[in-house]
Design a protein around this ligand. Structure first.
Ligand code: SAM
Length: 343
């Protein structure tokens, strides 16, 4: 019994010794261990911070170097490096969680990431195959981003959105557009009558001025009429060329085009309306009567003068002074004449 007791006592002492030894070891290594954990966390934070900073000149330069990526001027590759401008774009787009946003030309992903951080469901359509692996890498932690390698002018956007997310309600387009095809892209999206809610787009400053110009201003032209027929256009902000890498030679601006629920004017035929607009702006120096006369060979000058008078438009005015209502009236009168409805 006695030996059993002394054994038990011995065991108790050993346990105690072991316990104190463990406390000693814990005290010895807990601080360095905590240090290692904090360091790892910091590293993780640094990585996250790094990913957050795609819109940063040294980051963009680093990526270009690391991936041996050659910036393609012919594709209008000017990457955004100004986070404040990114905020202005996403604020103007008013992206709501789980809302579908199509980004045209995501490039390295600066804007894509901002949109994804707003919890939008992003469909990023990029033409450059060379940028896709880089973009895919940066977007790997964003399950709400879908990247498609395609030419935006060759896709049926409604179909594409439907394929990926289901086309339940109008979707938004947000883009820092390639300047070499800004107008074709905008006109393609509007004329295709895709189920769009709005477009918030970075364009060349002069294009922004033309899109938003009222009648009578020098920038007012066929693009102004078309854009304002389909949308309510407003300027969001001007953007200096220093906000991009490489910096473009021109100044830029962000515009918001909010799609109208219904056209602002009633027309017999849209095609006829745009023909009149084309005619009116084809020869800007000519009076409206002469410009129409060169375009509509089916009608005599007297007839055209009569049509203008029916709409209370002075034939000596120039195309750039006509409002959307006046263009609509003129196109309706012409349409009626063509269909022999005119008295
Ligand atoms: N979104 C990026 C940013 O803001 O940093 C890049 C914008 S960069 C001005 C234009 C992007 O559009 C480029 O990545 C270019 O490759 C892409 N792009 C050019 N033409 C295109 C097209 N037809 N369809 C889709 N993407 C196009």
């Amino acid at each position: 019994m006695g030996s059993k007791n002394s054994k038990g006592l011995c065991f108790g002492v050993r346990q105690k010794c072991l316990f104190f030894l463990l406390i000693f070891i814990y005290n010895l290594y807990s601080k360095p261990l905590a240090g290692i954990i904090t360091c790892k966390r910091k590293k993780l934070k640094r990585e996250v911070k790094q990913v957050k900073k795609i819109a940063d000149v040294s980051f963009v330069k680093g990526v270009i170097r690391k991936y041996n990526f050659s910036v393609k001027k012919r594709l209008g590759q000017n990457f955004l490096i100004n986070p404040k401008i990114l905020d202005k774009i996403t604020d103007a787009a008013e992206v709501q969680p789980d809302e579908v946003v199509v980004e045209i030309g995501p490039g390295l992903g600066a804007l894509t990431q901002s949109l994804a951080n707003k919890k939008g469901i992003v469909l990023a359509v990029e033409i450059d195959q060379g940028v896709i692996p880089i973009l895919t890498h940066f977007m790997q932690d964003y399950p709400n981003v879908k990247i498609v390698n395609a030419d935006i002018l060759k896709v049926n956007l409604d179909q594409l959105v439907d394929e990926h997310f289901g086309l339940t309600k109008p979707y938004k387009v947000v883009a820092n557009l390639p300047y070499y095809i800004t107008t074709p892209i905008v006109m393609y999206l509007l004329e295709s009558k895709f189920k769009l809610d709005s477009l918030v787009i970075m364009v060349q400053k002069e294009v922004a001025e033309r899109m938003t110009a009222p009648p009578g201003k020098k920038d007012y032209g066929a693009l102004s009429v078309a854009v304002q027929y389909y949308t309510e256009a407003s300027l969001v902000t001007r953007v200096p060329s220093s906000s991009f890498y490489p910096a473009p030679e021109v100044e830029s601006a962000v515009v918001k085009l909010k799609l109208r629920n219904k056209p602002p004017v009633s027309l017999y035929e849209e095609r006829c309306f745009f023909q009149v607009v084309k005619a009116a702006f084809a020869m800007r120096r000519k009076t409206l009567l002469n410009a129409l006369n060169s375009f509509f060979a089916d009608h005599s000058k007297e007839e055209l003068q009569h049509f203008l008078e029916r709409c209370s438009i002075d034939p000596m005015r120039r195309g750039e002074t006509l409002t959307l209502d006046e263009f609509a009236c003129l196109s309706n009168v012409l349409w009626q004449a063509k269909h022999k409805d005119i008295p």
